[in-house]
Design a protein around this ligand. Structure first.
Ligand SMILES: Nc1ncnc2c1ncn2[C@@H]1O[C@H](COP(=O)(O)OP(=O)(O)OP(=O)(O)O)[C@@H](O)[C@H]1O
Ligand SMILES: [Mg+2]
Length: 421
């Protein structure tokens, strides 16, 4: 974000046109419960965005490609070049799940071969959208004992390589949401990471690979010729899932998360069709959210199994717009700024609030909670705009993305409860 001014143009719609799904309405009643004693759930955490399943149906080819790029490096550690690849595909197609799954397999294969190797996963939405924050987080994950105080981004990378050398350790780095990074920054992140092997040219590079993840290749437009060239052309595509693929995937997830027989075949068919069609377009995150809340609703209503009407109600009363993950990724003040906008919209007929109204409400909420408001309020709003959670028609017209007229109230209610929870 780095102090980017609020742009006056209307933010563009989500690049792939997909609308994530809001969990909202049924969230607070159930957070943190286990499946113990539940007729519906065996382990509801298996539907969480944080859970990385060990089996990823319909992503076998992508995982195999990753293996072919990197696994052989364990045969001759230190004897090969830095290999960069890109994982590209629309929202909810398993890019992050695949790299985390692969990273785990890579690390455990390294243990078997007695090679010291780590996979470091960085997400530009969570770990920082500028190099300074990203590299500081990279070091804190890989080399927590190294102090980064006062170091420039370049010095941090030098430190990282020195640490790896001293520890005789190898590293694979993943940078997720790289498209998001380049929307708000023109810093040479890709230049740095694809040329790590040039920092000490006469030594083998201990960073064996860098994987970049993005929903599209649009970020290439921000790179110069030399960056594009070192980034290379190893692209692994993640096409959107079809209805039958969504169904196969859900079948496995349901087995882990639900009691036997709690989710009928009809429900699986119904959810798969909803998810494969527009506006969801195969986003698995929506599929998992839908099942989670349909299951929660069924349980609440004392039902013995999830039925299509539970899915229908969850889908009808909430609305595709913001996922649980979107909320998890916001920091406290970003959540409060969003909360301020929601509180304002909730109490009025118009779907818009002005920037100064939101600022006043935000400061009021901070006061209520005994918190010091963030100095630069515009930056908080810019962050919400960049994440396409908030939409700006003009400085006098802020609203929440993708909410259809007529559904605003039910939607806001759900989102407010989630932010409060
Ligand atoms: N093939 C699959 N098998 C099992 N679960 C899957 C599969 N694909 C995706 N998922 C699940 O769907 C959710 C979304 O997947 P993931 O986070 O990997 O998507 P993504 O491609 O990284 O999306 P985004 O671009 O929005 O970050 C995760 O909870 C993940 O576990
Ligand atoms: Mg992802």
């Amino acid at each position: 974000m780095g102090g980017t001014p609020l742009s006056l143009s209307t933010p563009s719609p989500s690049p792939n046109g997909a609308c994530p799904y809001i969990r909202g309405k049924f969230e607070t009643e159930f957070s943190g419960e286990s499946g113990l004693g539940s007729l519906i759930f065996r382990d509801r955490d298996k539907l969480s965005p944080r859970y990385v399943p060990s089996s990823l149906p319909h992503r076998e080819a992508q995982l195999e490609t990753l293996s072919s790029f990197y696994m052989y490096k364990l045969d001759r550690p230190g004897g090969s070049y830095l290999t960069c690849c890109q994982l590209i595909g629309p929202v909810g197609t398993g890019k992050t799940a695949c790299i985390l799954n692969f990273g785990r397999a890579f690390e455990s294969e390294a243990v078997k071969r007695r090679v010291k190797l780590r996979h470091a996963y960085l997400n530009c939405k969570v770990d920082g959208s500028n190099r300074y924050k990203l590299y500081r987080n990279l070091l804190s994950k890989v080399a927590p004992e190294v102090s980064t105080g006062g170091m420039s981004p370049e010095e941090m990378l030098h430190q990282l390589l020195e640490y790896l050398e001293a520890e005789k350790m190898f590293l694979m780095i993943t940078v997720d949401e790289v498209g998001y990074f380049y929307r708000g920054s023109s810093e040479p992140l890709i230049y740095d990471l694809t040329r790590l092997n040039e920092i000490y040219p006469y030594k083998p590079c201990r960073v064996v690979g860098v994987a970049f993840i993005s929903r599209s290749l649009e970020f290439h437009d921000k790179l110069d010729e030399s960056e594009r060239s070192t980034l290379g052309r190893l692209i692994i595509s993640f096409p959107k899932y079809t209805a039958s693929q969504v169904r196969d995937i859900l079948e496995e997830r349901v087995e882990e998360a639900f009691q036997p027989g709690a989710v009928s075949e009809d429900v699986l068919d119904f959810v798969s069709e909803i998810v494969a069609d527009p506006p969801i377009n195969g986003d698995m995150r929506v599929a998992l959210d839908l099942l989670y809340y349909a299951g929660t609703l069924a349980e609440n209503m004392g039902a013995e199994r999830v039925r299509p009407e539970h899915v229908r109600r969850v889908y009808g009363e909430t609305h595709p717009a913001i996922t649980t993950q979107d909320i998890i990724e916001l920091d406290v003040h970003e959540k409060l700024a969003l909360y301020a906008l929601l509180r304002l919209l909730e109490g009025r007929a118009s779907p818009y609030a002005t920037l100064s109204e939101i600022r006043d409400e935000y400061e009021f909420i901070c006061e209520e909670r005994g918190l010091e408001p963030r100095g630069c309020f515009e930056e908080l709003m810019q962050e919400l705009l960049d994440r396409q959670i908030v939409e700006m028609k003009s400085l006098l017209k802020f609203t929440i993305c993708d909410v259809p007229a007529g559904k605003l109230r039910a939607y806001l209610n759900g989102l407010l409860r989630r932010l409060e929870g």
